[in-house]
Design a binder for this molecule. Structure first.
Ligand SMILES: [Zn+2]
Length: 501
C-alpha cells in the first residue's frame, strides 16, 4: 500500500507545483486547483489517514527512520485535507483580489500593482490614500476569509483535535510553550534598541516622526529609494551566478534549475522558487524590479533552489516534499544575510556600504523579527479560538506595538499564512544564526568565497528534509538552538542606545 501511496503523493505534488508555477509566472491566467484535488483527493481522506496511522503503529520502535517517514506522511495528508476542505473559498478570495481594480492617477491598477506602487510613492499622504484603497479590497474579502477560517477549525475538529493549534502541536510536534517564551522574550529584550534606531531610520529615510509611522509606509521603508542605483534591475542574473561561483558551483551546468527571467505582464512581482520535481526540475522565477527587496528575494529564493536541486534523489518522497519547512527557509536566510556583509557588498556589487546603510539593513532585520514574533503570538491565539473576529483589534495592537508602524484591524486574516508558517519562519531565523556562525568558524568570515563551504552545504542539502532544523543544528553544533545569538548579533550590530524621542 505504501509504495503506491508514495507514488501518487509525488505525482500530486508535481501537479500542484506545476499549476502554481504556470499561474504565478504569468503563463496561465487562472489557478485551477479543483481538477488536482478531484484527481488526488483520495490521498487525504480520513480513511486514508487512518490507514497511514495503522501502518505507523505496525512499525517496531527501533525503526526510527520508518516511523519518522510515516509521521511526515500523516502530517502532510492532514494539512492537505484542511486545504482541500476550503479550496473553493481559497479560489474565491484569489479571484476577488485578482479582479479588484484601484483607480490611481487616472490609471487602473491591479491590487498587486497598487501594493508595488506603495514602495516608490514619495508622498506620505498619497501613500495613505493608496493604502486605504488596498485595505478596502481586503475588507471586502473578510467575510469569505472568516468563513474559510471557521471551516478550517471545523475540519481540525473533524480530525479529533480541539482546534488547529492542537492539530499543529500534534502532527508537526511544535512546542508552542517554548516558542511562546521565545517570542515574548525577543520582543521585550529588543524593544528599546529597536525604538531608538527606528526613530533615526524613519527620520533619515522617510522624513517621518515615529508617531506618524503607518502601515502604508512599510514598503517605502524597505525599498530605500536613495540606494536604488546600487541594486539595478538588470544586475540580478549576474549576482545569482556570482554567488554560486564563489562556492564552487557552476550554475550554467545545473540542468535541474531553470531560471525564468522572461518578462510577462501577469508575472508575480517578487522572485519565487517552485520545486516541481525534487531534485530533477526546479524553477527559479525572477521578476526584476530592482532595489534592495528584490535582491533580498533573489538571494532567498536562490537558497531554496540550491537546497532542492542538491536533495538526494534516493530519499523517500516525504523527506523531499513533506518535511520541516524551516529547513529550507534557514538555507534561504543564510544567503539573504549576504546583504548585511560589507565585504560581500563590495565584492559582488562594488558597493562600499556606509555605516548608515548597514544600520538600515539591521533595522530592517529587527523589524522583520519583531513583526514575526508578534504575528506568531497573535496567530497562536487565532488558531485556538472559535471567534476570530474578536481578535481583529488584538492583531492591530500587537503589530503596532512590535513594529512601531500603526496597523489597522482589517488585515487580521489576510496577514496570516496557512499551516502556522510564521512559526516555521521564526524557527528558521533562530537556526540560521547558528548555521551561519558554524560556517564562519569553519571557513572564515568570507565563507562565500570558499568551495569547501560549498561542499559542506551540499552535504547538508543532500539530506533534503529528512531532519528538523533543530536536529540539523544539533548535528553541526551539538547545542540546542536558543535565541541568544539572535538577540546578541542585533545588539552587536546596532549597539546599546539610550531611548530617544
Ligand atoms: Zn522562503
Amino acid at each position: 500500500m505504501l509504495d503506491a501511496y508514495r507514488g501518487e503523493l509525488t505525482r500530486f505534488h508535481e501537479a500542484l507545483a506545476r499549476e502554481e508555477y504556470e499561474h504565478y509566472s504569468g503563463r496561465k491566467e487562472t489557478l485551477e486547483l479543483e481538477p488536482i484535488y478531484d484527481r488526488y483527493g483520495h490521498l487525504f481522506t480520513r480513511e486514508a489517514i487512518e490507514a497511514l496511522r495503522r501502518e505507523r503503529e505496525a512499525i517496531p520502535e527501533s525503526f526510527e527512520t520508518s516511523r519518522r517517514a510515516l509521521d511526515l506522511l500523516i502530517a502532510d495528508a492532514t494539512e492537505r485535507a484542511l486545504e482541500m476542505s476550503v479550496h473553493s473559498l481559497t479560489e474565491q478570495i484569489a479571484r476577488a483580489e485578482a479582479e479588484a481594480e484601484i483607480l490611481w492617477d487616472k490609471v487602473t491598477l491591479t491590487f498587486y500593482q497598487a501594493k508595488q506602487r506603495l514602495a516608490t510613492e514619495p508622498n506620505p499622504r498619497r501613500r495613505r490614500e493608496l493604502q486605504a484603497q488596498c485595505t478596502e479590497v481586503i475588507r471586502r474579502t473578510n467575510e469569505l476569509r472568516l468563513e474559510r477560517w471557521r471551516q478550517l477549525h471545523r475540519a481540525a475538529r473533524g480530525f479529533g483535535y480541539a482546534n488547529s493549534r492542537a492539530l499543529y502541536q500534534a502532527v508537526r510536534a511544535r512546542d508552542f510553550e517554548v516558542l511562546g517564551h521565545q517570542w515574548a522574550r525577543f520582543l521585550e529584550e529588543t524593544d528599546e534598541l529597536y525604538r531608538a534606531h527606528l526613530h533615526d531610520a524613519l527620520m533619515s529615510e522617510l522624513g517621518l516622526r515615529p508617531a506618524e509611522a503607518d502601515r502604508a509606509d512599510i514598503p517605502a521603508f524597505f525599498h530605500l529609494e536613495r540606494y536604488a542605483d546600487v541594486f539595478p534591475r538588470d544586475g540580478l542574473r549576474a549576482i545569482y551566478e556570482e554567488v554560486w561561483q564563489g562556492l564552487g558551483l557552476e550554475v550554467d551546468r545545473q540542468e535541474n534549475i531553470e531560471v525564468d527571467d522572461e518578462e510577462r505582464p501577469r508575472k508575480h512581482p517578487r522572485a519565487f522558487c517552485v520545486p516541481i520535481r525534487i531534485p530533477e526540475e526546479i524553477k527559479l522565477v525572477i521578476a526584476p524590479n530592482g532595489g534592495v527587496p528584490d535582491y533580498q528575494a533573489l538571494l532567498h529564493e536562490a537558497g531554496h533552489a540550491q537546497h532542492y536541486a542538491w536533495t538526494s534523489a534516493a530519499l523517500l518522497p516525504e523527506f523531499k516534499y513533506s518535511g520541516d519547512r524551516a529547513v529550507s527557509e534557514s538555507y534561504a536566510f543564510l544567503f539573504e544575510s549576504l546583504l548585511r556583509e560589507p565585504r560581500w557588498l563590495d565584492e559582488a556589487l562594488h558597493f562600499l556600504a556606509s555605516e548608515h546603510f548597514l544600520k538600515l539593513m539591521w533595522v530592517h532585520r529587527l523589524f522583520l523579527l519583531r513583526r514575526y514574533a508578534a504575528r506568531c503570538e497573535y496567530e497562536q491565539l487565532l488558531h485556538a479560538t472559535d471567534e476570530p473576529e474578536a481578535l481583529a483589534s488584538e492583531y492591530a495592537e500587537r503589530l503596532t506595538r512590535a513594529t512601531g508602524f500603526r496597523h489597522g484591524p482589517e488585515e487580521f486574516l489576510s496577514d496570516v499564512d496557512d499551516g502556522f508558517y510564521a512559526a516555521d519562519y521564526w524557527r528558521a531565523w533562530v537556526a540560521e544564526v547558528w548555521l551561519r556562525d558554524h560556517v564562519k568558524t569553519r571557513f572564515g568570515h568570507r565563507w562565500w568565497r570558499h568551495p569547501r563551504a560549498g561542499r559542506f552545504l551540499i552535504e547538508l542539502w543532500e539530506t533534503g528534509e529528512r531532519y528538523t532544523v533543530e536536529e540539523l543544528i544539533r548535528q553541526i553544533d551539538a547545542g540546542d538552538p536558543s535565541i541568544e545569538p539572535l538577540v546578541d548579533e542585533v545588539r552587536a550590530a546596532l549597539g546599546r542606545r539610550r531611548r530617544r524621542g
